[in-house]
Ligand binder design. Structure first.
Ligand SMILES: *Cc1c(COP(=O)(O)O)cnc(C)c1O
Length: 362
């Protein structure tokens, strides 16, 4: 017999026989019925819902959407769980694989805040292995993260690539090595919220050889659908079904499903490619122009749709931007970033306004 999977080893002891909420929607036989009197739904639609698309509870994993997302990311539908943004994916991973009170996760600050938020809300320790700031910008210390996972008994190691806010894209080989080293001990979660803006390939290509890798993708950034809240967890079908048991029964509101499906039409995807290419051009142009502005101390390379930079006086720069009506992300409370701001890539006209505001004499 083969060894148990990493996910099977890490699944919370107290959830081993937990099946989750069972709704009529999840059973196969329900699909055959044509008079639906099982869920206390209304008999007739709301007048505001002329097409009668909102009266009934939605499918837990709408097959068309799941199929379209799986095709987009190049996996089988059973390897993908759609949810309310990748934020829900992060939360599900923590709740499924970390035991409240003695579980742990590993992160590499400065990094996206939701990993630590989910862990803390769930009563789980956060082991921090600072990313190292060097010649090439920030780099995750993957060896340090593996060691911290073992020391803390962490079941999840979060690698944000491209990193928010660092902009670092972690090499796939390094992720594969990390996963190999932690097989049977921890899941490596690669958060690819900004993958579309990166020249690196997706870690989805590593899934076949590494059963302990999980990839997070989202329609919030490149696909311009942040308000629809559609994110995907991509992993082995075993991990996906364990996560689904812990997910809310009807996570995806019908209007969001419709918006997501529309955004995945061939035509919409083509427009997305064009917008992404424009963002990349605007980002690279901004990165070229920023260093010549007085008071800009360092501009980090970026594989995302944002730029991280350090200022001689970050407060003054933040205020000058605000005076020009421009809101950027103040990073000064984040570890190692006491003098830094993060600027999202908008239209090239917006980027010109940023440069003008920063370049104005003090
Ligand atoms: C924006 C962002 C997300 C959140 O994505 P949603 O799908 O909108 O929840 C996840 N991870 C990182 C690193 C992000 O920057």
């Amino acid at each position: 017999m083969s060894a148990p999977s990493t996910a099977q080893t890490l699944l919370r002891e107290d959830l081993r026989s937990f099946g989750g909420y069972s709704s009529a929607r999840t059973s196969a036989k329900a699909q055959a019925a044509h008079v639906w009197l099982n869920a206390n739904e209304a008999a007739l639609p709301n007048p505001s819902d002329a097409d009668d698309t909102l009266r009934r509870y939605p499918q837990p994993q709408p097959p068309e959407l799941r199929q379209a997302l799986a095709a987009l990311y190049g996996v089988a539908p059973a390897q993908l769980l759609a949810g309310r943004g990748s934020d829900e994916g992060i939360d599900l991973l923590v709740r499924t694989f970390c035991t409240p009170g003695n579980g742990a996760i590993v992160i590499a600050p400065p990094v996206f805040g939701m990993y630590a938020v989910s862990a803390r809300l769930h009563g789980v320790k956060v082991a921090e292995v600072p990313a190292q700031d060097g010649e090439q910008g920030f780099r995750c210390d993957l060896l340090g993260m593996a060691a911290a996972a073992r020391d803390s008994g962490a079941s999840l190691v979060f690698v944000c690539s491209p990193g928010n806010p660092t902009g670092e894209a972690v090499e796939l080989e390094a992720i594969a090595t990390l996963a190999e080293g932690l097989r049977g001990e921890a899941l490596v979660v690669v958060d690819e919220a900004y993958a579309e803006f990166s020249s690196n390939a997706s870690a989805v290509s590593l899934l076949e050889a590494h059963e302990n890798i999980v990839v997070l993708r989202t329609l919030s950034k490149a696909h311009a659908l942040a308000a629809a809240r559609i994110g995907s967890v991509i992993a082995s079908s075993e991990i996906i079904s364990l996560l689904q048991r812990c997910q809310a029964p009807y996570p995806l509101p019908q209007p969001c499903v419709a918006a997501g499906l529309a955004a995945l039409s061939a035509e919409a995807l083509k427009a997305t490619d064009t917008r992404v290419a424009e963002s990349i051009r605007a980002r690279d142009a901004l990165i070229k122009q920023l260093p010549s502005i007085a008071g800009v101390r360092q501009v980090y390379p970026s594989q995302g749709n944002f730029v991280l930079l350090r200022f001689a006086d970050a407060q003054a720069a933040f205020e000058r931007l605000l005076d020009a009506g421009i809101m950027v992300r103040d990073m000064r409370a984040a570890p190692q970033l006491h003098d830094a701001l993060r600027i999202s890539i908008g239209t090239s006209e917006e980027m010109q306004r940023v440069l003008r505001a920063l370049g104005e004499p003090q």
